[in-house]
Design a protein around this ligand. Structure first.
Ligand code: ADP
Ligand code: MG
Length: 360
């Protein structure tokens, strides 16, 4: 197994730069997820690691070796794609063992590895079937088996679950997590789905426009987003953003107010704030708490009862709508007026550039 080191990696297609200087350290045995919207460069970065795309500039190390010009098959990586790309006329057994046969691995060694992969993935009863006789989840398991028998230092997954339906996706997510625990291998996993990222990752790398926005554990990103992009991308339903103005910044606190709310004071971490500065206040749906004479008041325009929790759309006087997450037992009706307070020390302030300037 090996860690990876990415130093100032760039990728350009002609004049278009799609990876704009990525620096990243990945520890040996870590489960790292690249997450971001479609087109942000996740697959390109993963394919650069795999050796399927040239590196325009920068340095990529796997273990202690710079691998910029090393052939894909010699990098000690195995990749699993969204499309399973199985050979339809071959059995599961032969599909899993195909790469080993190409490498002329002796038959008995091959057999042992295929059966071990089948055991890990609990697909021993499927070995004689053809891909057409498998469900989507089983096919993806075969594709993962093909990666396992190569015994790579690093597993690379590119949206492996995107073709599966929602409930199967959840099952497979748990299987991949368990696979990581069992093998202890370094894994890099690409997805556009922030829930997948939150549930699988030791470390999440949020990408946007070919630039790393933030690197951190799932809860780091959730509680202390570095900027508006990360704050809006991580967490479901999304964080609410309210335009506010600084009323007073003195001592250890900053007081802000907006057209939609009375004054609210937060712990201050930035010294450079002045009255009149325009900021954005970010508050997650569950951190808006019903209160008598709260700072934020609005009208309930939508109620979604999910059982253990209830989501409400709250329309403010300005016309802006906030999403509020309430306990499932909280009684709320359409059209009623609701007043709320942000939970203490849970709101985040962002400056005009969108950078977080208050700690949670
Ligand atoms: P993601 O996987 O995050 O959805 P990609 O890494 O596939 O994004 O693509 C990142 C950007 O690079 C996109 O804007 C895409 O259009 C562009 N791109 C990808 N491959 C090529 C290519 N071969 N030639 C030109 N542009 C490309
Ligand atoms: Mg992609």
């Amino acid at each position: 197994m090996a860690g990876l080191s990415l130093k100032n990696l760039h990728k350009t297609y002609g004049k278009v730069e799609v990876i704009k200087g990525v620096d990243l350290e990945i520890e040996h045995g870590e489960f790292v997820v690249f997450v971001g919207p479609s087109g942000c460069g996740k697959s390109t970065l993963l394919r650069m690691i795999a050796g399927l795309e040239d590196i325009s500039s920068g340095e990529l190390k796997i273990g202690d070796t710079v691998v910029n010009t090393v052939q894909p098959r010699d990098r000690g990586v195995a990749m699993v794609f969204q499309s399973y790309a199985l050979y339809p006329h071959m059995t599961v057994y032969d599909n899993v063992g195909f790469g080993l046969r190409l490498k002329k691995t002796p038959k008995d060694v091959r057999d042992k590895k295929i059966r071990e992969a089948a055991r890990i993935l609990q697909m021993e009863p499927l070995l004689d079937r053809k891909p057409a006789q498998l469900s989507g989840g089983q096919r993806q398991r075969v594709a993962i088996g093909r990666a396992i028998v190569r015994e790579p230092e690093v597993f690379l997954f590119d949206e492996p679950l995107s073709n599966l339906d929602a409930s199967l996706r959840m099952d497979m997510r748990m299987e991949i997590s368990k696979l990581h625990q069992d093998l202890g291998a370094t894994m890099i996993y690409v997805t556009h789905d922030q829930v997948e990222a939150m549930t699988l990752a030791d470390k999440i790398v949020v990408l946007n426009g070919g630039v790393v926005q933030q690197v951190g554990s799932p809860l780091d990103l959730y509680h202390t987003p570095a900027n508006l992009f990360v704050a809006g991308f991580i967490g479901s339903p999304k964080m609410n953003f309210i335009e506010v103005e600084v009323v007073e910044a003195a001592g250890g606190t900053v007081t802000v107010s907006g057209p939609n709310m009375t004054k609210i004071s937060l712990a201050r971490v930035s010294d450079g704030l002045n009255a009149g500065d325009k900021l954005t206040l970010g508050i997650r749906p569950h951190q808006l708490v019903p209160a008598e004479n709260g700072t934020i008041t609005g009208t309930v325009t939508l109620v979604e009862n999910l059982g253990n929790e209830t989501y409400v759309n709250l329309e403010l006087a300005s016309g802006k709508t906030l999403i509020v997450g309430l306990d499932g037992d909280f009684k709320v009706t359409l059209g009623q007026t609701l007043t709320l307070d942000p939970a203490p020390n849970k709101a985040v302030l962002f400056d005009a550039e969108g950078l977080a300037i208050s700690a949670v």
